[in-house]
Ligand binder design. Structure first.
Ligand SMILES: [Mn+2]
Length: 322
């Protein structure tokens, strides 16, 4: 796999680096790490994201060099490097429309159900895509600079939830330790990822926690459009809220419902126990990992809550009635 990636990189000059819509630490960390690796190899790069860089990730080296899809107009791209996308559609329609008819793609990703949509695929189960890029950097024999280490470390922290998820292995801890030795400031990363809550987000969080309901190992809460309006927040301010729900003792599954539009609800699912939640997400057209998944469901908030929770309970308890 890695020699194919190396050969593809060597054979091309102009790279676009893409990731999924709504990028978080692993996605942007992976993109910006690839940017540094390709630059080190004297390649030309353009980093593209459908969505803007979240404020919490603006500290990443190269974050100001992330462009919107329109920047691709008139660019001659030889190779499309797509990172952290479990599926090609995850790059978003606006970017997909800009791809040439037969794009040459390197697909670097850690999602188990990735369908290998690239011409070259460096796809394997790992705690984060940045772990794969760390492996790639080593394979290529590159010097790991502080900037590269910061991008990689941030991705690892984001996708392991600070070394707390089930995906933490000795290799992950060893990578984290090594990356710190290149001068990464772990406190800077932690503050940016976890300690930049706005007063508005705090009010939203209060609402979510106050209105949480718990029954038979499942905790859930919902945010209506009205609440977004009252608190002056939007769906981008809901990151990590479902993890707060999951933090309650005795919980197997946590679900957060976010009403985006009159008939559109974004659902985030997290598992703490043995439950696997991406199966539930898949039924409603979404996906994700076993312990963290999501989907976008059509219908009014209350109805979506009922339908999704029924499926969660069905899987949790066999056919035991809700
Ligand atoms: Mn990831």
């Amino acid at each position: 796999m890695l020699n194919e990636v190396q050969a593809a990189i060597q054979a091309h000059e102009r790279f676009a680096i893409l990731t999924h819509i709504g990028p978080e630490g692993d996605a942007l960390g992976a993109q910006l790490a690839m940017r540094l690796i390709l630059k080190e190899l004297s390649k030309q790069t353009i980093v593209i994201s459908r969505d803007p860089v979240p404020a919490s990730l603006e500290f990443l080296p190269g974050a100001t060099d992330v462009h919107r899809p329109s920047a691709l107009h008139g660019e001659q791209i030889d190779l499309w490097c797509i990172v952290d996308c479990g599926n090609l559609s995850r790059i978003g329609d606006d970017i997909a429309e800009l791809l040439p008819r037969n794009p040459k793609i390197i697909n670097i990703d850690h999602h188990r159900d990735n369908p290998h949509f690239g011409n070259v695929n460096f796809v394997k189960e790992a705690s984060s895509t940045t772990m794969l890029i760390y492996e790639l950097a080593k394979f290529l024999g590159l010097r790991i600079t502080k900037d590269l280490a910061t991008c990689l470390y941030t991705g690892i922290i984001a996708d392991t939830d600070s070394f707390r998820n089930a995906n933490v292995t000795p290799e992950v801890m060893e990578a984290g330790a090594e990356l710190l030795s290149y001068g990464v400031d772990p406190r800077q990363v932690a503050i940016n990822l976890y300690e930049r809550r706005s007063p508005e987000e705090l009010r939203l969080m209060t609402h979510v926690l106050l209105n949480a309901q718990i029954k038979d190992g499942v905790i859930w809460s919902g945010i209506s459009r009205q609440v977004f309006k009252e608190t002056g927040t939007n769906v981008n301010d809901t990151e990590r809220l479902v993890e707060e729900l999951r933090a309650v003792d005795g919980i197997e599954v946590a679900v957060l419902f976010k009403e985006l539009d009159r008939n559109e609800v974004k659902v985030s699912l997290r598992s703490k126990g043995k439950a696997v939640v991406n199966g539930v997400a898949k039924i409603f057209g979404g996906g994700g990992h076993e312990k963290a998944a999501g989907c976008l469901v059509e219908g009014p908030l209350a109805e979506v809550q009922d339908r999704v929770l029924a499926e969660v309970y069905r899987r949790l308890n066999g056919n035991k009635a809700q």
